[in-house]
Design a protein around this ligand. Structure first.
Ligand code: ATP
Ligand code: MG
Length: 473
């Protein structure tokens, strides 16, 4: 399997450093081995030239029938090779401490020896019985050729020795450098980890809403280092983000104030319009039917507007985090009251109750909770056909109270469900306006229950819609 290169910057830097060092070691190793070999060869050649074919010349004596049958080995280094070439025939001998063996040469050796250029320079050859040799050939006195050779194996041995020493030294250097580089890179990149951690911290913040405590700037931002530059860029960006957040928050605040002020300001004129319409309707003198109808419309619309303005004001106040009342609320009683109202408003619906024996009490704002439950029951009444069945269930869990309102009406359109708790969200705008629905009912349920520390969810399909509220017990 192919090993993938390390992916972290730390790994890459360390691996890069070690690879470069390994290449440098290899280059140094090869160069020194070649240089040493060249130097030793040069010395060997000098030695051969100095001997000048003396040893080979002494082989002449061997040919003499009466003579001492031994070549002159005085002053010759151990393993010196000598050969004399006369008319294509070769006599050869080697200097040896232990045996004075006459050298037997193979036909290949004969060919190799005969091919050596007679130039007095060093040449490397390999003899079958002796191994690698460095030889020179010179012309003798009686048209013969003198070949002198010295073994190459001491040179090879020295070079191999050097290579072995270098290899172990370089290996140790690579291991030590690898460890040191890993540590060093780790230390130098440590500020980068801080940058990453800070960026991740900010990325995890819920920047979209509410008041946000941004983490402080990074301390290590030396502009002379790359990591410092990254840190300083991040600090810069964090500054901008913080700035934008502050502005967003201020603008949200202004908007909330505006909504609260506007709905508050609208209350008085709406109440006045309503008061005057009622007053005019109570007039005893006969009023033309058209005028009466107009007055009745004004009265009706101003009533609706009062409700709308109240809803808007409530939402604006809840948005602004205005504290709610915190008093014990008998939830069972609240539900019974809401049920009575619902029965009166929708006598054609079937209203069912499933309450525990014991009365259930929560802490909160009775008026707002009543409003929330009333909104859910109003929805179950207005968005289902007459004859539908509506069930309220109250159960007590371990830490919270669960209230659910279910009906078997047509259900909430699927595309509406994700945003059904939004403001002014309703199924059919044109029809809704005519029927007086604004789309604020569920938004108020959501805001009230959330302000109580509870949750609201809805599950809806045709024939089955359930709103589930939880409130801390
Ligand atoms: N029980 C339900 N069955 C079917 N649809 C529902 C039900 N409850 C809510 N909806 C849908 O959700 C929309 C939003 O409800 P919401 O109570 O917020 O507004 P609304 O009832 O239209 O107006 P408002 O309550 O402000 O008078 C409704 O218009 C309706 O389409
Ligand atoms: Mg409603």
């Amino acid at each position: 399997m192919r090993r993938l290169p390390p992916r972290t910057l730390r790994g890459q830097l360390t691996a890069g450093l070690v690879t470069l060092l390994a290449l440098a070691c290899l280059a140094v190793g090869i160069t020194t081995a070649l240089a040493l070999r060249g130097f030793l060869m040069g010395r060997l050649d000098e030695q051969l030239t100095a001997s000048g074919g003396r040893f080979a010349a002494s082989l002449e004596h061997e040919a003499k029938p009466d003579g001492d049958n031994r070549p002159d080995t005085r002053g010759q280094a151990d393993s010196t090779f000598g050969a004399r070439l006369l008319n294509g025939t070769i006599q050869a001998a080697v200097v040896d401490d232990t045996t004075d063996r006459p050298l037997s040469l193979s036909p290949t050796d004969h060919r190799v020896l005969a091919r050596i250029p007679v130039d007095g320079h060093g040449h490397s050859i390999r003899l079958s019985s002796l191994g690698p040799y460095r030889v020179t050939a010179v012309h003798g006195e009686d048209q013969d050729t003198m070949i002198t050779g010295l073994p190459l194996h001491p040179v090879e041995e020295t070079v191999h020795r050097l290579e072995a020493v270098e290899a172990s030294l370089f290996a140790a250097a690579l291991v030590i450098t690898g460890i040191a580089a890993a540590l060093w890179v780790r230390i130098s990149l440590r500020p980068l980890q801080q940058v990453t951690a800070r960026a991740a911290e900010v990325a995890g913040l819920p920047l979209a809403s509410g008041e946000i405590a941004m983490p402080g700037p990074l301390p290590d931002t030396d502009p002379r280092t790359e990591v410092g530059q990254v840190g300083s860029a991040l600090n810069h960006m964090l500054g901008h983000v913080e700035d934008a957040l502050t502005r967003r928050q201020a603008s949200e605040e202004r908007l909330r104030h505006f909504a609260a002020d506007a709905s508050h300001e609208l209350r008085t004129p709406v109440a006045n319009i309503r008061g005057h319409a009622e007053l005019a309707l109570r007039h005893h003198e006969p009023v033309p039917a058209q005028v009466r109808h107009a007055l009745e419309r004004i009265d009706g619309e101003s009533q609706r507007m009062t409700l709308l303005v109240d809803d808007l004001l409530l939402l604006a106040r809840l948005d602004a985090g205005r504290p709610l009342e915190r008093e014990p609320v008998d939830l069972t009683l609240l539900i019974l009251n809401a049920m009575d109202d619902a029965r009166a408003a929708g006598p054609e619906h079937r209203w069912l109750l499933d309450l525990p024996e014991e009365p259930i009490t929560v802490t909160g704002d009775a008026h707002r909770l009543q409003q929330a439950i009333g909104n859910l029951l109003a929805n179950a009444r207005t968005h289902t056909p007459p004859g539908s069945e509506v069930t309220i269930t109250l159960t007590v869990g371990q830490a919270d109270v669960l209230l659910s309102v279910s009906d078997n009406g047509p259900g909430i359109p699927e595309e509406l469900q994700p945003e059904v708790f939004g403001r002014f969200v309703r199924a059919d705008h044109a029809r809704s306006r005519a029927t007086g629905s604004t789309g604020l009912g569920l938004a108020i349920v959501h805001a009230v229950i959330t302000a109580h520390g509870g949750t609201v969810t809805v599950i809806s399909s045709p024939g089955h819609t359930t709103f589930r509220l939880t409130l801390p017990a």
